[in-house]
Design a protein around this ligand. Structure first.
Ligand SMILES: Cc1ncc(COP(=O)(O)O)c(C=O)c1O
Length: 455
């Protein structure tokens, strides 16, 4: 098991017997019993039977207050009543047409206005949309290389499956990181076209870009990396990348698969930096699979049937698109964000106070409705800092919170919490009460653990 105190491991096993049985059965049909590697937890993950509002129930009948929210998908909360009612009607009108529908025009209008885009194309997953964004950038510039940042994740496709969670022994010089394939099966020829730079280090990035001048199609990043916890960009970093891409004539891509739901107009709107292409995903359709690549007209018009491919059977399927219209226009409103932000500030302040009271060497990073706790004390500005975090302490905190009925955030120290529009003062209060009990336990235990790369 992940290295947690014996007592917590025993309680977890006691509470989740049916999950274990399902895992054992499922593992015979499905590698590691899960359909996404990120869901695997040693010795076995929870199996869930239903969810509503800010709560979720596992197959053993345990109730949890949920702050994972489907890895940030459910800023709307589980089964939002407005969405449930709209989708009950929608499903009776057919699930896929093989043609476009009126709602795609409505949603296109909403998204372009809200996120400051000229044009959009829809698909279903974040993976597809970042994959398409890279192809569009390559076709637009007639160049091959793509620069990404160490520790950023953009979906499980080969070009960007590089240096996601490289271990210290493989990562190389922090200011000129090695390109480390994050999976076997990624051809070296593909890795050769992916450059890797340290997040929050503009000077090092500029140097790598200059060395590849004329070959670089795109710079892609999570404007707030949320696959190493929650790492805000330093002042001037995003603006610097904007200038750098303009100078180099390459496409700046903001992967806002996570951040598009965490801010009303995405991180681009929050920080006031406009990329050439933006990728939206996760929260924008309230839990239905919908992703978007969108951006400047001259870049988006690179997509031409027969010349530059963008395709998918389930792209703009009427269910996801209807869910997008309802979510964007009726649920994730500016007013709803301001309330969720207020709760986010309360949660983060509560963490700060409890960590200080219990004298735990950890700190909290957050903006608005999302944030993370880093154990180990040192501020995380990039992947190399993250590698120094106390992962053992994080897993003890996580399992101990689960055992007391709170899912404190995404599954892993590289994840973060999400507060939805259905969370309440009471749910935040309960989270903080449980946190305080858990921090007492944490002080008593001292476990360390290596980071497990589960991509
Ligand atoms: C920033 C970012 N980009 C892309 C993806 C891939 O999205 P999906 O899992 O929908 O393919 C993720 C998934 O977590 C992500 O966090």
């Amino acid at each position: 098991m992940v290295n947690v105190p014996e007592e917590e491991a025993r309680v977890y096993a006691e509470r989740t017997k049916l999950s274990r049985r399902l895992f054992e059965g499922n593992s015979k049909l499905t590698p590691f019993g899960v359909h996404s590697n990120y869901r695997f937890v040693d010795p076995y993950p929870l199996y869930v039977s239903r969810a509503r509002g800010d709560r979720l129930w596992d197959v053993d009948g345990n109730e949890y207050l949920d702050f994972n929210m489907g890895f940030g998908v459910l800023v709307s909360g589980h089964a939002h009543p407005t969405l449930v009612s709209a989708m009950r009607d929608a499903i009776g009108e057919g699930t896929i047409y093989g043609f476009e529908c009126e709602d795609t025009y409505t949603l296109g209008g909403i998204l372009t206005k809200r996120f400051g885009l000229d044009m959009v194309r829809f698909s279903t997953t974040g993976l597809e949309a970042t994959h398409h964004a890279v192809r569009i950038a390559r076709a637009h510039t007639s160049r091959k290389k793509v620069l990404k940042f160490e520790g950023c994740y953009h979906g499980s496709h080969d070009t960007l499956l590089v240096s996601i969670k490289p271990t210290a022994d493989k990562a190389g010089d922090p200011r000129r990181p090695n390109r480390v394939p994050a999976s076997q099966g990624v051809p070296q020829e593909v890795v050769d076209n992916t450059l890797v730079a340290p997040f929050n280090d503009l000077e090092a990035t500029e140097r790598i870009v200059e060395e590849n001048s004329g070959d670089l199609a795109a710079v892609i990043l999570e404007p707030i990396p949320m696959n190493m916890g929650f790492v805000p960009p330093k002042k001037g970093f995003l603006e610097g990348l904007r200038k750098l891409c303009d100078k180099e004539g390459c496409v700046l891509i903001f992967d806002e698969v996570k951040t598009s739901g965490k801010f009303y107009s995405g991180a681009a709107g929050y920080f006031g930096v406009k990329p050439d292409l933006m990728v939206l995903g996760k929260a924008i359709a309230g839990g239905y699979p919908l992703s978007v690549v969108g951006g400047k007209r001259e870049v988006m018009e690179t997509i031409v049937p027969g010349k530059v491919s963008h395709a998918g059977t389930f792209n703009s399927n009427p269910l996801s698109v209807r869910a997008g219209v309802v979510t964007m226009s009726q649920i994730l409103t500016e007013q709803a964000y301001s309330e969720a932000y207020r709760l986010g500030d309360e949660l983060a302040a509560g963490y700060r106070d409890s960590l200080a009271d219990r004298r735990i060497n950890a700190y909290v990073e957050w903006i608005g409705l999302s944030g993370a706790v880093f154990f180990g004390g040192k501020r995380v500005e990039n992947w190399r800092d993250f590698l120094k975090c106390d992962v053992g302490a994080w897993w003890t905190y996580y399992i101990a919170m689960l055992n007391r009925g709170v899912i404190p955030g995404g599954t892993g120290p590289d994840e973060q919490w999400t507060i939805s529009v259905q969370h309440t003062e009471d749910s935040v209060k309960k989270h903080l009460e449980v946190l305080d009990q858990v921090l007492v336990k944490l002080r008593e235990s001292k476990l360390t653990m290596d980071l497990v790369e589960a991509i």
